[in-house]
Design a protein around this ligand. Structure first.
Ligand SMILES: [Ca+2]
Length: 513
């Protein structure tokens, strides 16, 4: 589909080696140009939440190590300010606003990415990589009308380029609270089938009826089925042997990832480490509880940092560090009260989760999408800081470039090859423009950003609701990173031109040059 001439030559070479009795691994080992790739995507982690981006209320030594040994971006973005659309775009290289149903996926969402879609995983698999995703999925599983929780959950990651998956199927605040390994719920007892739905099927206790029994109280929503003393979004019954404990999720992601890396250490491999930290409910393992003064939100950041440390240690131990490209990023900006009373608001102190930026999760201000973004590849990347504009949506095209493949025109239509920027090459330019998705859309071109808010007034109950003055705003985000001074009326021509460009990108169906 997108095999370039060099890729064809590569396949022929592999075949020739096979005939000669040589294993591909011996060849890969000699091919320093094709590193292993690990994308570590944090959940709801803000620009200012880690110490290498300025946090002082806590320490993140392992993420700081990535920064010290790699390239720390000051204009690194995820493509949207909520989970599902960013993850959709990261995998497919396509802006989520182009596809219906890519908003925050409900518990019974079916697969949002159809088999046959070119993804970052299928690109790397096509180049001979072993591929896996471990952690949060939240992109739907199975076919319509709804996932077959007791049967095969298909299609899913294995149908779009991953060889292996070990998943939290939706989010930790949504049901069902089980693991999915490849096509099945793990440890599911057929005698205790799993049911997932929107209505309480059996009059079971809920976060409303049994609120005083909860170990973490809710603040809005999150009051349906109670599992592990925490109210959830949605109802589920059965599957008791398959249920996890929130406190153990991070340990499980690390355990499964390390096992998979060890099994695939001869490489090359691609691991998407999809942490659920620091999404709500924030219930880190007991050994991390109370480690910061910021409440469980801070403790969950420390837990995330520990996970990063475990991955780095594994690479060191297996002698894989020098030839592994790590990309550390987040799926959207920060939020404090996202439905539970976990101390995030009351114990915040002077910590600034979004760093110098306005807004956070759900918004199209910079806090929603400008997030920590670090690349490390000791054998190739010179440590430093980069102000080049790059996004998680670009990783698919970058991996195609890294493995010498040419993308078909309709594949990954909004993913730009900014690989030279990711690697810190001297002449690299990064993106010239970028569309950010939240409540509404925004386009950044150079130093300028045009925000096009939905004309419907924001719901006052929404978290991180914008206190905007008008539907169209224009900021110079270099001079005014906090987006305080709306320059739309001072620069009407620029505002109109940027609005027209945004409209053209929406209508064109693609934006890669
Ligand atoms: Ca998220």
């Amino acid at each position: 589909m997108f095999m370039s001439a060099p890729a064809v030559r590569w396949r022929l070479l592999l075949f020739a080696l096979f005939l000669m009795g040589l294993s591909p691994n011996s060849l890969w080992a000699a091919d320093a140009g094709r590193p292993n790739v690990i994308v570590i995507m944090a959940d709801d982690l803000g620009y200012g939440d880690v110490s290498c981006y300025g946090a002082t209320a806590l320490k993140t030594p392992n993420i700081d190590r990535l920064s010290k040994e790699g390239l720390r971006f000051t204009n690194g973005y995820c493509s949207a300010s909520t989970c599902t659309p960013t993850r959709f775009s990261f995998l497919t290289g396509k802006y989520a606003f182009r596809q219906q149903g890519t908003g925050i996926a409900p518990p019974n969402a079916t697969a949002l990415i159809q088999p046959g879609t070119v993804t970052i995983a299928s690109i790397l698999k096509n180049a001979g990589y072993k591929t896996a995703v471990v952690g949060k999925w939240h992109l739907g599983l199975g076919a319509k009308p709804q996932p077959d929780w007791n049967g095969e959950l298909k299609p899913g990651p294995l149908e779009i380029g991953f060889d292996y998956c070990f998943l939290l199927p939706t989010t930790n605040d949504r049901v069902p609270s089980v693991y999915v390994e490849n096509h099945r719920v793990r440890n599911l007892d057929p005698a205790d089938p799993l049911w997932v739905g929107r209505k309480n099927p059996d009059g079971q206790p809920t976060g409303v009826t049994h609120r005083s029994s909860l170990k973490m109280d809710w603040s809005h929503g999150h009051n349906h089925t109670i599992h592990n003393g925490i109210g959830r979004i949605g109802y589920f019954t059965g599957g008791h042997k398959a249920r996890w404990r929130d406190e153990d999720l991070a340990d499980e992601w690390v355990k499964q990832s390390v096992k998979w890396i060890e099994a695939n250490k001869d490489g090359p491999f691609f691991l998407f480490f999809s942490s659920h930290d620091i999404h709500v409910p924030r219930m880190p393992h007991e050994r991390f509880q109370g480690k910061t003064k910021l409440g469980f939100r801070g403790d969950a950041i420390v837990q995330l940092d520990w996970c990063v440390g475990q991955l780095l240690e594994t690479l060191d131990r297996l002698n894989l560090t020098d030839n592994t490209l790590i990309v550390f990023c987040s799926d959207n900006g920060p939020v404090l009260d996202d439905g539970y009373q976990d101390g995030a608001v009351t114990q915040l102190g002077d910590h600034t989760p979004a760093g110098p930026f306005r807004g956070g999760k759900y918004t199209i201000y910079e806090g929603g999408t400008r997030t920590p973004f670090i690349t490390r590849w000791p054998g190739r990347i010179k440590p430093g800081v980069s102000d080049k504009l790059v996004s998680t949506i670009d990783l698919a095209a970058c991996m195609a470039a890294l493995t010498d493949q040419t993308l078909a025109r309709d594949a990954c239509p909004d993913s730009f090859n900014v690989l030279p920027a990711l690697l810190g090459d001297a002449q690299a330019t990064g993106r010239d423009h970028f569309v950010e998705q939240g409540r509404g859309l925004a386009i950044r071109v150079g130093d300028w950003k045009l925000l096009q808010h939905p004309t419907k007034k924001p719901n006052r109950k929404q978290v991180n609701a914008e206190n905007r003055q008008s539907d169209i705003e224009l900021f110079n985000v270099v001079d005014d990173p906090a987006e305080k001074k709306n320059l739309a009326s001072e620069h009407p021509q620029r505002a109109h031109a940027m609005q027209a460009r945004l409209k053209a990108i929406q209508e064109a169906g693609r934006s890669r040059p």
